[in-house]
Ligand binder design. Structure first.
Ligand code: ADP
Ligand code: ZN
Ligand code: ZN
Length: 732
């Protein structure tokens, strides 16, 4: 064991592991992959993660330094199967392992802090043969006393009980821990106490039965259910069954902050406190829940994207709610898709995974159609509510008032007068997307980006939504000095103001990032609407996610057209999903709902198919188009992005990367670019990109395996920030 080399990952953008000798005072037999170590690096010290124990190092023996301390003595912080999974993630997304490992840890633990002690942990006696214990501890009377006491307590006791009976018993306890006679263990997980569940509809029952029949083995399921069809109820009943089998459940949601009711439903139904893993939580709370999840004491974990990286022993079911949602894709660092990783985890754990949505991604639909996923359908709304009728409103020849046409305003008024609620959806926050000078044509450009600064009138500021740069709203034109600055176009702030003027007597609630930044403010706003009575609700896509508004009778989509003519081939899919999701907020329960889509392109084939045939018909057409164009999901892509202070530098780096790629892969991988990014300048950096595409995943992966390590060595890469995005969802 003298020769043991520790191969350690550090949270840094490097492709190698660092080699160390074991810490001087540590028995190498105590070392296990997944433990944290404090190691020297340069003149400083860092927290690293032990990845492998090796016999040889490429570094000369004399140059190896010993690690300074072992930070996780008892058990590895990352259990072996977790370490293995995260290595897979780093390989697949071609991202440095150290960054992947550390991004999977709670913030405090990344810095090398000690684990928060678990006050409920129990002392567990490993050796139970009394005669052997007496023999072994013949000369250690204090230790023997502790052991006898433990035997009298059935072999285990809580820390509190131990401290009460042995106020000065720390030294013998430490000796027993070192001898391996006793160890600390997490207490048993709480037993769920199930609350009464509603009787399932026959569609729901079928879904539950089919998934339950697949327990104990890997099986992906697509649960396609219209909004309000009771998908969550299906998750709840499946979770109850899995918990009853002593296995744990992971539920991924797009944004917990937007759907606190969902957490409440799980908590109340299953009668246990879920571990909540999402970024809006304080570090300490999150760490405690992460540790509860890891130790198996929180058999129910609910979280956003990054929760898929948490250690979850005994996993028996994974649920991905709103699986089509773009927020499952990480957009910096290792750009993983939590939806895709949920499948990988389920496969490794040998359990089913349920992907739920009213508007499944084309990727998942294709898999369901081809039989790789089981396909479960919920076509009926619970309680018999009808799906709202959608209609297109041609606004080409219409004068608009505040962005809304007269017949529409009249319809809104009727609805309010009848005591019902109206929702107006506009996916643009702020007052106006640009300010213009009518005298000279000056526009409120962002000085750092190829974009405009948005007017936020309440703050009297111009704000760039891409780089965050802001300035006070000038009173006169900065170019010509004229007093003729005018807001152009419309955001939710302006819409709110104009609706307030027109429908002054009715309660009006605006929901977007600006009105809900304070914790709990979203719930307050939503409760005002849920309280019932006539009301107007204005907002961005935050409205589209999961909320339940029983009184909503009319949903208006102000401007549908922006999504129709984008350069991104996924724009149509996203627009269709958004429209159907927003529409789904109408007409639940008592009222048949109505959905009006304002457009200047009423003949657009996508809109026609969506309105007349629904999401299914749209998806079928869109898949056929993708197949013809050999686009994902009928092919596999990776996007190499580069940014530099000069465009030429970014492009030179990518051109070299393109050469290397074609050398490696020949014609098996198509290479497009380099081309400037759709927004070439952002935060004063020029951005360009290179797209790789192959017919099969392994072909693309094999090329990337060889390409990516060489990229960091390219001389053209100096001064260039680059990143690779495997399975990109946004081509910007
Ligand atoms: P989805 O997740 O598909 O939007 P939910 O599961 O939230 O739908 O169900 C919508 C509403 O119907 C919820 O208030 C839920 O409590 C209720 N519900 C769901 N299933 C049933 C059922 N089988 N019997 C009675 N109520 C149900
Ligand atoms: Zn001017
Ligand atoms: Zn900017």
């Amino acid at each position: 064991m003298k020769d043991t080399i520790l191969r350690v990952a550090l949270p840094a953008p490097v492709w190698t592991l660092y080699d160390y000798l074991p810490p001087a005072d540590i028995d190498p037999a105590l070392l296990q992959p997944g433990q944290r170590l404090r190691v020297p690096l340069g003149n400083g010290r860092r927290c690293g993660l032990l990845v492998e124990l090796a016999q040889k190092s490429s570094v000369a023996r004399g140059k190896l330094k010993p690690a300074l301390a072992l930070l996780d003595r008892a058990a590895p912080l990352l259990p072996p199967e977790q370490l293995d999974f995260l290595r897979w993630v780093a390989d697949y997304y071609h991202h440095p392992l150290g960054e992947v490992l550390f991004s999977a840890l709670p913030a405090r633990l990344r810095k090398g802090r000690a684990l928060a002690r678990d006050p409920s942990r129990v002392l567990f006696l490993l050796e139970r043969d009394e005669a052997r214990l007496e023999e072994m501890l013949r000369r250690a009377t204090a230790q023997l006393r502790v052991v006898r006491w433990l035997l009298a307590h059935g072999g285990e006791a809580t820390e509190a009980a131990f401290r009460k009976d042995f106020p000065k018993g720390l030294a013998p306890l430490r000796a027993l821990l070192n001898r391996g006679v006793v160890e600390w263990r997490a207490p048993l997980p709480p037993q769920p106490r199930l609350a009464a569940a509603p009787t399932l509809s026959s569609e729901q029952q079928q879904a539950v039965d089919q998934v339950a029949a697949s327990f104990g083995g890997f099986r992906p399921w697509l649960l396609q259910g219209v909004t309000g069809s009771g998908k969550t109820e299906v998750y709840l009943q499946l979770a109850a069954r899995v918990l009853a089998r002593g296995r744990s459940v992971l539920v991924l949601v797009p944004e917990i902050a937007l759907t606190p009711q969902l957490v409440g439903r799980f908590r109340e139904r299953l009668g246990l406190e879920p571990a909540l893993l999402h970024s809006a939580r304080a570090d300490g709370e999150r760490e405690r829940d992460w540790l509860r999840a890891k130790s198996g004491r929180a058999p129910l974990v609910i979280g956003t994207r990054s929760a898929v990286l948490a250690p979850l022993p005994e996993l028996g079911l994974v649920v991905v709610d709103e699986e089509h949602d773009g927020s499952y894709k990480q957009q910096e660092g290792a750009r993983y898709s939590a939806r895709d990783l949920a499948l990988v985890r389920a496969q490794r754990a040998g359990c089913p995974v349920v992907l739920g949505s009213a508007t499944p991604s084309l990727e998942s639909l294709k898999n369901a159609r081809e039989g790789r996923y089981g396909w479960l359908r919920l076509n009926q709304r619970v309680g018999g509510g009808r799906m709202p009728a959608m209609r297109l409103l041609d606004v080409r020849a219409q004068p608009l008032e505040g962005g809304l046409s007269r017949p529409l305003l009249a319809r809104m008024e009727e609805t309010l007068v009848a005591g019902r609620q109206v929702m107006v959806f506009l996916n643009r926050r702020g007052y106006a997307p640009v300010v213009i000078c009518h005298a000279c044509g000056w526009l409120s450009d962002c000085p750092h980006c190829d974009a405009r600064q948005t007017l936020h009138r309440a703050w009297k500021r111009l704000v760039c939504h891409h780089c965050g740069a802001e300035r006070p709203l000038p009173s006169h034109c900065p170019a010509c000095g004229a007093d003729q600055l005018h807001p152009l176009g419309q955001g939710t702030e302006r819409l709110e103001r104009e609706l307030a003027r027109r429908f002054g007597g009715y309660p009006l609630v605006r929901i977007d990032r600006d009105t809900t930044s304070r914790r709990g403010s979203l719930e307050e706003l939503l409760n005002q609407v849920r309280a019932g009575g006539p009301a107007l609700l204005v907002g961005t896509q935050m409205l589209a996610k999961g909320h339940h508004f029983p009184e909503m009778a009319l949903v208006v989509v102000v401007d549908l057209d922006a999504g129709l003519f984008s350069a991104d081939f996924r724009a149509a899919e996203r627009t269709a999903q958004l429209v159907v999701q927003v529409a789904g907020r109408a007409g639940r329960e008592r009222h048949a709902g109505e959905v009006v889509l304002q457009t200047r392109f009423p003949d657009h084939p996508l809109l026609q198919t969506l309105v007349n045939g629904g999401y299914e018909a749209f998806a079928e057409e869109a898949l056929a188009e993708r197949r013809l164009a050999a686009l994902p999901p009928y092919s596999y892509q990776a996007l190499l992005r580069a940014a530099a202070v000069k465009m030429a530098r970014a492009e030179a780096f990518l051109a070299r990367a393109a050469d290397l790629a074609s050398e490696i892969a020949g014609s098996s991988v198509a290479i497009w670019g380099p081309v400037p990014a759709p927004m070439p300048r952002r935060a004063n950096r020029y951005r360009a990109q290179l797209l790789f595409q192959a017919d099969e995943r392994p072909v693309l992966q094999r090329m990337l395996n060889r390409l990516v390590p060489r990229l960091s060595e390219l001389p053209e890469g100096r001064g260039v920030r680059w990143s690779l995005d495997v399975d990109p969802v946004d081509l910007y």
